[in-house]
Design a protein around this ligand. Structure first.
Ligand SMILES: *Cc1c(COP(=O)(O)O)cnc(C)c1O
Length: 471
């Protein structure tokens, strides 16, 4: 249950940014523009996790990722409890850690009873170091190296096998090590999602997973490889999905694969439907709630198993964006402005594509607010630009904001997913710090990179070393 306190809600009423919901209803984090604890203080500052954002940036600097513990944990619980309510069999929610892989986030989701999906040795290490349980780690990816596969076998996590090369390499490693490797098979389901519609095809032009045509050959191969313990099947149909139909269809498609496996004497007990639930980046976005998504997935799998006379498998899903995306905001300081009369006003902030590459990469749209003047009227339309040497480094085109001055704290909402994890050092800009906020406390979860950090991997050959100039 989340509600804004009456005092804060009345301040918020006069604030045009925030569609605050002042009710006892259970809020789905992915349907909110801001973290669930977002509020406006009496002096019209934004607060998150009961921490004043203006204080946070004074203490930790900018740009700053501000992660709200309560919103992340609420999303975890809504997924987990949704499965407990709507699925009569066993279930496990995995966090797709590529959305934001760091030890603190992995530790929080582990504490909430989730497993973790990793796609590289680096993400695997982050998850294990954060205390994730080995048999709740699922290793994905379409081109895992032999070293990564060997590491997966050594760690004892589950491998989501994507292709023949991997299947054969994994079989060899398992034999050499004298180990049995638990695995899922990733299959392309022929369901492709765009944001607002989807297509069903026999084959899909995707780099991920076995073509459905191949599945019988794979099962036949597995029958002769007792060191490879195929537990189930996996499919992931896309990301930032607002429709429910694709997931309704997916249950039926995947149950059919389990039936096929039975014919080869392989009793599959796990079914992983992937992630993909969308979030609200702007007022225009209207995703279904976590509860509705989970209910749809469960109903689809239960109905498909009943129709095929299958025992209920252990049902897994692996959301990334909808778990972490709404839990974070990024705060920047406003710097220079360029007014082009009759055309556009550019307002530059002290970050940009290096801390949030989604606008330049995917033309993603975000919502901004001014954390130090939350009740100021939104009477200007400006373009929020990053500081990088790239004309396309625009965070938000045509943002409705108040008149901005240098030093204002502009804050962008919904930056928890695919921001820090895709951050770069473009232009040799150090990557920002991240803080975790909860109940008025803020603690550092990612240290801000320093200029010295930027030189850490550089090697300067002897012959290139600066000569001491003779005078
Ligand atoms: C990216 C990805 C996810 C998570 O997707 P979201 O849209 O962030 O929920 C889950 N599973 C796989 C295999 C993925 O590639």
């Amino acid at each position: 249950m989340v509600s804004t306190s009456p005092a804060l809600a009345s301040t918020a009423d006069s604030c045009q940014y925030l569609p605050f919901v002042n009710s006892e209803a259970v809020l789905s984090p992915n349907q909110q523009l801001l973290p669930l604890t977002a509020a406006v203080t009496p002096d019209a500052h934004l607060s998150v996790g009961s921490c004043d954002v203006v204080d946070l940036v004074e203490r930790f600097g900018t740009p700053l990722y501000i992660l709200d513990d309560h919103t992340l944990r609420t999303a975890c619980r809504q997924y987990r409890q949704g499965f407990e309510r709507h699925y009569p069999g066993e279930s496990l929610v995995l966090y797709a850690s590529k959305a934001w892989s760091c030890m603190a986030v992995c530790a929080i989701v582990t504490d909430e009873g989730l497993g973790i999906d990793v796609v590289s040795a680096g993400e695997l290490l982050t998850a294990t170091e954060a205390g994730a349980d080995r048999d709740r780690i699922y290793f994905h990816g379409n081109n895992k190296s032999a070293e990564e596969l060997a590491l997966a076998v050594e760690v004892g996590c589950r491998v989501v096998v994507d292709n023949w090369l991997e299947l054969k390499t994994l079989g060899e490693i398992a034999t050499q090590e004298g180990k049995t490797v638990p695995l899922l098979l990733r299959v392309t389901p022929g369901i492709e999602c765009h944001t607002h519609d989807y297509i069903r095809t026999g084959h899909l032009d995707s780099k991920f997973g076995f073509d459905p045509d191949q599945i019988e050959a794979v099962f036949e191969f597995l029958v002769g490889q007792p060191q490879l313990n195929c537990l189930g099947v996996h499919a992931h149909i896309g990301s930032q999905i607002f429709e429910l139909n694709p997931h309704t269809d997916l249950g039926g498609v995947m149950a059919q694969w389990i039936v096929t496996a039975q014919r080869y004497g392989l009793p599959l007990t796990e079914l992983d439907v992937g992630g993909g639930l969308g979030i609200r980046y702007t007022e225009a976005d209207d995703p279904p709630s976590i509860e509705t998504w989970v209910k749809t997935v469960c109903a689809s799998v239960v109905a498909a198993c009943k129709a095929q006379n299958l025992p209920l498998p252990r049902l897994l899903c692996e959301p990334g964006r909808s778990l972490i995306g709404p839990a974070c905001v990024t705060a920047y300081r406003v710097g220079s402005q360029k007014v082009i009369p009759g055309l556009r006003t550019y307002v530059s902030v002290d970050g940009g594509m290096s801390d949030n590459p989604r606008p330049i990469t995917y033309q993603s749209v975000y919502r901004a607010l001014v954390a130090n003047r939350m009740t100021a009227p939104l009477d200007k339309t400006v373009t929020l630009a990053g500081k990088h040497c790239e004309s396309g480094d625009i965070l938000i085109k045509d943002a409705a904001l108040p008149e901005l001055k240098s030093g204002d704290v502009v804050t962008i909402a919904g930056t928890g997913a695919y921001n820090y994890s895709m951050a770069s050092n473009y232009n040799r800009v150090p990557r920002p710090a991240a803080v975790l906020v909860s109940g008025g406390n803020a603690c550092l979860i990612i240290r801000r990179e320093t200029l010295v950090d930027l030189l850490r991997q550089d090697c300067l050959p002897e012959t290139l070393r600066p000569k001491v100039k003779s005078t």
